[in-house]
Design a protein around this ligand. Structure first.
Ligand SMILES: [Fe+2]
Length: 379
């Protein structure tokens, strides 16, 4: 993994120094509000100016589940203005958009040309601009992996660009930046990290190092996410969550995600207003009930790490209780989905997910997926 990682409280103030050798004309990619309100954007630009970065442009148009069009527009600016450095700061959407902008501004074309359909992408990327990622949430782990997830509103698809050219050159992880997250955002994003670690731990890929990272992440999230949610100013909890999110982000980089993510992506594709973490929480129990028989030891380990008994079914109970405790959505109905949309979602999982289904602990058919969606709808 080629990412240089700088982790620690107050690290944002060092960002300028850390990235000054990477480029002299930068495009900062971020969302419309939160990094301005929290002051993180100002601290970043101050630090970059102090460190001698000559010119800084701002592209602050990123929204949750970003469309490929907003990415393409950012890539056009980066190309036309001839910037030599992309800096993403914000939640997973801003970081993913920055990753795609870095790639598309150098390789050209549209970002949608590079998403990984099962039959391959339309274009193969050739190069990317140097990229720095600075997360302000603790959950996606995007700052340390090769994935950029984007939406296509016309096709109603959410797809991943998965390529080594998407790796950030530098990740600056400052847990202090996550203090400004609301309780709900803390819970949603933290739960995403938990599912990354769960899916990496239990899927059909063997990678000892990444498994150790997943184990450590689960332990940390089980213990510290409730504290971060209910005592938001607790710095230790924020630090542990930023660290766990990073570990889980590396784990999925090496091992991939599985059926929970494969079934969430069509939900965000069709209903982009639904946050990723909420889709995951509505699906997690139903998918785990289906999956436990495929890897009983893995799920028993997850259960143990969450403080439950050493049985595969303990994993189901652990997830149910965690979701309840964090007040996350328990079913798809509560997200406002119509029951008659489940069939098209099931078809999209089979049509669009390839690797996630191949590595899932249990082999799965379209009929199984529809059953699981139905179970997740009413539970
Ligand atoms: Fe995720």
């Amino acid at each position: 993994m080629p990412v240089e990682i700088y982790f620690g409280r107050g690290m944002l103030n060092e960002a300028g120094k850390l990235i000054a050798n990477t480029g002299s004309k930068a495009l900062i990619v971020t969302g419309r509000e939160s990094t301005k309100k929290s002051g993180a954007l100002q601290s970043l630009t101050d630090s970059m100016i102090e460190s001698g970065i000559e010119e800084i442009l701002l592209y602050d148009k990123i929204f949750p589940n970003p469309s490929y069009k907003v990415v393409d527009a950012g890539a056009e600016i980066a190309h036309k203005q001839n910037v030599d450095l992309i800096v993403g700061i914000g939640g997973g959407s801003s970081l993913d958009a920055a990753k795609a902008i870095a790639l598309v501004s150098a390789s050209r074309g549209s970002s949608w040309d590079y998403v990984n359909y099962p039959e391959g992408s339309v274009r193969k990327p050739e190069k990317s601009k140097p990229l720095v990622c600075i997360p302000t949430t603790a959950g996606t782990g995007s700052e340390v992996n090769r994935y950029a997830v984007i939406n296509n509103p016309e096709k109603r698809e959410k797809m991943v660009i998965s390529h080594s050219l998407c790796y950030p050159k530098i990740a600056v992880i400052d847990p202090l930046l996550t203090l400004s997250m609301s309780r709900e955002l803390t819970a949603i994003t933290g739960f995403d990290a938990l599912i990354h670690a769960l899916e990496a731990l239990t899927n059909r890929v063997t990678n000892k190092i990444a498994q150790e990272f997943a184990v450590k992440a689960i332990k940390l999230i089980g213990r510290w996410l409730p504290i971060a949610v209910f005592d938001p100013q607790n710095l230790e909890a924020r630090e542990k969550m930023s660290y766990a999110s990073m570990l889980a982000g590396i784990a999925i980089d090496q091992m991939g995600v599985a059926l929970i993510h494969a079934m969430e992506h069509p939900i965000s594709g069709h209903f982009p207003e639904i946050p990723h973490g909420k889709g995951l929480s509505a699906l997690a129990v139903a998918v785990t009930e289906f999956n436990v028989r495929g890897n009983p030891e893995g799920y028993a380990l997850f259960s143990r790490l969450m403080g439950y008994e050493n049985t595969p079914s303990g994993a189901i109970k652990a997830l149910e209780d965690f979701i309840e405790f964090l007040k996350l959505p328990k079913n798809l109905k509560s997200l406002g989905l119509k029951e008659d949309s489940l069939e098209i979602l099931a078809k999209d999982v089979v049509r669009l997910s390839d690797r996630s289904l191949r590595v899932n602990p249990v082999e799965v058919t379209e009929k199984d997926i529809l059953q699981i969606y139905k179970r997740a709808y009413f539970s």
